[in-house]
Design a protein. Structure first.
Length: 733
């Protein structure tokens, strides 16, 4: 009996235990499933002047046409329907029409509701200022208006050869000379776009906001990424500049957040601009220097933004803060052995270290067995690849002969993030070229066809690559950099299908801590001679504090075979074989070099502004925006006015002079220093007669200024006997 009692007790206890366990699990599951609020806050800041500046020489905004930058984008409007009712602005570029794609405007129309004229009327059209014969001067404007679908037309002011060469001629469109962009590209294959923009009018009454100007999709990076105000976690600004802040509060949870409060006390170096607060119904008000918002409730999945402007104190200064050493720029090389038996095609992959990007690669042929021919080894593909999220290079090679070939597949790799300096890093900025360039399939065999891929102005071509379709043979005789383009000379049979392309490395890194860093990029070249029926090598050297990242070669004759190249730290080795049994031939070899460090950076005076959000169910969450101040405190005006743009003289990488626009109300003498990131890039001593009309003032660049590029923003520091002023100036060409 005792045993039975014990068993019964055990059963009861077990039952109780199970019940408790189930109850406990249900309680846990119920707690896990309970809705919760999850508030977040994001604080960002933007320049009031957008990074892309309209070209004043091309502006056609007239007396009763207007535009202004707002938190949503570019607000445009015309007052009526007369000849002066027009808003038209353009941004400089140099992009082949073949690479433009189908441009478009992201536009919100502001109109009476309902709008009797229809949704496609009274809205701006896209405009392409185009050099149709590629001689460097504009010949007309291609106009695309949504009311005509994908049709583009040129006005009567276009050159006669453009109008007569238009794809279509007929009424019912913007003009009698029109066609789709694909048809215009076919009619003018060498056309180049010199500027792009929009036009509302003339004679059209309309109003709306342009949120984005989409240009050259996938082929050209404009104003990164759009023309709308660029809110970032950090920007660089000058003393006295006015900026705009955005505070975005979001509830990412599953329950409503109640009693939401947002606070933002401005630091002493910022002053709220009275009347600039846009609270979007969040119950915000400034009391002195502190923003407080009693925002009420935020249901799940909702968000809202608050905007206000603030002026940076004009007494702050980075003067006397010295500089910090530049960022480390690391370059690595990797290789794999390539064994290629006769009559076989093989593919080899060689990978960069994680976080690196390939800048060059290919097959270096070491040997072909006795009685074999170097010319029997043909590279079908040599291009960047990605395997398992890691970048590298792939080569597909065919051995058309009996004898075995051997060599190595190489890759040169540049660190995607340049090393820490002053507590931060920068990401390199790579963009696309004007798109893969095909061979002309109808060209005759062994034509020595020239193929060109072009990068945006101010970028350097890297990673020259090609791919030949199966069943075709194309032999690359030359592969070399020419400014911001890469050129290949190719022998091939008629009908060969192949494409050629490059990536593009910007001279400026992506922004970090409110500024960019400059990659010190240069090039070196010379000519070598290869004797008849000889294999020979040439070395092209970068400086002692540089690394070679891309190698290029240009042969004089088809008898000179390139056997490949090899990165060796600060130089490249090039290997050739002269198949001519009688005559020596020459080859031009070149390298693109990058310094092992970026130039020293100034130390910045940082103004950090922090916003905090809390609710009845969420503890305080905060987010900060940083303004990096560089430049001297604002001084009283010395009477010298500096225009917003400057122009360069010289070629890319060899800029000799800058031309500024300056004026003095009365006769004046002064010194000019042009700075970029705290480094003097141009200077001079000048004088002007009194006039309100701006004059050209030419200053000579320093060695540090030889690499100034289009769209760089510099600081022009003018010192007179009584004052010093600093002005931000954009280089427009």
């Amino acid at each position: 009996m005792r045993r039975k009692h014990q068993l019964r007790r055990g059963g009861v206890l077990a039952a109780v235990g199970v019940t408790a366990l189930v109850t406990s699990l249900l309680t846990i599951q119920s707690a896990q499933a309970a809705p919760t609020a999850d508030l977040s806050v994001t604080k960002t800041v933007a320049h009031l002047t957008p990074p892309a500046v309209f070209d004043p020489a091309l502006s056609d905004t007239r007396a009763t046409g207007h535009y202004e930058w707002t938190s949503d984008g570019l607000h445009i409007r015309t007052e009526g329907a007369t000849s002066t009712d027009k808003v038209a602005e353009y941004i400089d570029t140099s992009t082949p029409l073949s690479a433009v794609g189908e441009p478009s405007l992201d536009y919100t129309k502001i109109a009476p509701n309902p709008d009797p004229e229809g949704p496609l009327n009274h809205i701006p059209g896209f405009q392409l200022v185009t050099d149709f014969d590629n001689n460097g001067t504009p010949d007309g404007i291609l106009v695309g208006e949504p009311i005509y679908g994908n049709d583009w037309w040129v006005p009567d002011s276009a050159a006669s050869f453009v109008k007569s060469g238009a794809p279509l001629h007929g009424t019912g469109f913007g003009s009698t000379n029109h066609g789709t962009l694909d048809q215009w590209r076919a009619a003018f294959p060498n056309a180049n776009v010199l500027a792009y923009g929009f036009s509302l009018g003339s004679g059209v009454q309309g109003e709306g906001v342009i949120h984005a100007i989409n240009f050259a999709d996938g082929g050209y990076d404009v104003a990164r990424p759009w023309l709308s105000l660029g809110y970032q976690s950090s920007i660089q600004a000058a003393p006295g500049e006015t900026v705009e802040y955005r505070i975005t509060v979001a509830n990412k949870g599953t329950a409503t957040a109640g009693t939401v409060v947002v606070t933002d006390p401005l630091p002493a170096d910022l002053t709220y601009v009275t009347g600039s607060l846009v609270d979007n119904g969040n119950g915000c008000a400034f009391t002195g220097q502190k923003l407080t918002c009693d925002a009420g409730s935020f249901p799940p999945g909702t968000s809202s933004s608050i905007y206000f402007k603030a002026k940076v104190s004009d007494t702050v200064s980075s003067a006397g803060m010295g500089s910090t050493i530049g960022h480390i720029v690391d370059v690595q090389k990797q290789e794999v052995f390539a064994d290629l038996p006769g009559f076989q095609t093989k593919t080899y992959d060689v990978m960069c270290p994680a976080g690196y990007v390939p800048t060059d690669g290919g097959l270096l042929l070491d040997a072909v067995d006795q009685d074999g021919f170097y010319s029997a080894i043909v590279v079908m593909k040599s291009a960047p690849t990605v395997l398992g999220g890691v970048n590298g290079w792939t080569v597909t090679a065919s051995n058309l002969g009996e004898e075995r070939g051997q060599g190595k597949v190489k890759v040169t790799c540049l660190a995607g993030t340049i090393g820490s300096a002053n507590g931060h890093t920068h990401e390199i900025d790579t963009t696309s070229s004007n798109g893969p360039r095909p061979l002309s399939a109808g060209a005759s065999g062994n034509a020595g066809e020239l193929v060109t891929a072009t990068c945006p102005a101010g970028s350097t071509p890297i990673a020259p690559q090609h791919s030949v379709a199966s069943g075709s043979i194309a032999v690359v005789r030359s592969s070399y950099a020419d400014g911001n383009s890469w050129k290949w000379v190719v022998d091939h049979e008629a009908g060969t299908v192949a494409t050629f392309d490059v990536d593009c490395l910007a001279s400026q890194t992506k922004s970090s801590s409110g500024h960019t860093a400059t990659l010190p990029i240069s090039s070196e070249s010379h000519t070598i001679t290869v004797a008849p029926e000889k294999r020979d090598e040439g070395i092209e050297q970068c400086g002692s504090s540089e690394n070679a990242i891309v190698g290029g070669f240009k042969g004089e004759d088809a008898e000179l075979l390139s056997l490949g190249k090899e990165p060796r730290g600060n130089n490249y080795m090039f290997r050739f074989y002269n198949d001519d049994w009688e005559q020596p031939w020459h080859a031009d070899i070149s390298v693109t070099c990058v310094g092992v460090r970026t130039p020293d950076e100034p130390r910045y005076y940082h103004v950090v502004n922090t916003a905090t959000v809390s609710s009845d169910s969420t503890g305080p969450r905060s987010s900060s925006a940083d303004i990096a101040i560089v430049g001297d405190a604002v001084q009283p005006s010395g009477g010298v006015l500096v225009g917003p743009t400057a122009t360069r003289s010289g070629t890319d990488g060899h800029i000799k002079k800058l031309t500024l626009q300056m004026a003095c109300s009365s006769a004046c003498a002064f010194t000019v220093k042009v700075l970029q990131g705290g480094t003097v890039v141009a200077k001079g001593t000048k004088s002007l007669a009194g006039s309100d009309t701006p004059k050209n003032v030419v200053v000579t660049t320093t060695r540090a200024g030889k690499d100034l590029t289009k769209n760089d923003v510099v600081t022009v520091k003018v010192t007179t006997p009584t004052s010093t002023t600093s002005t931000a100036v954009k280089i427009k060409n």
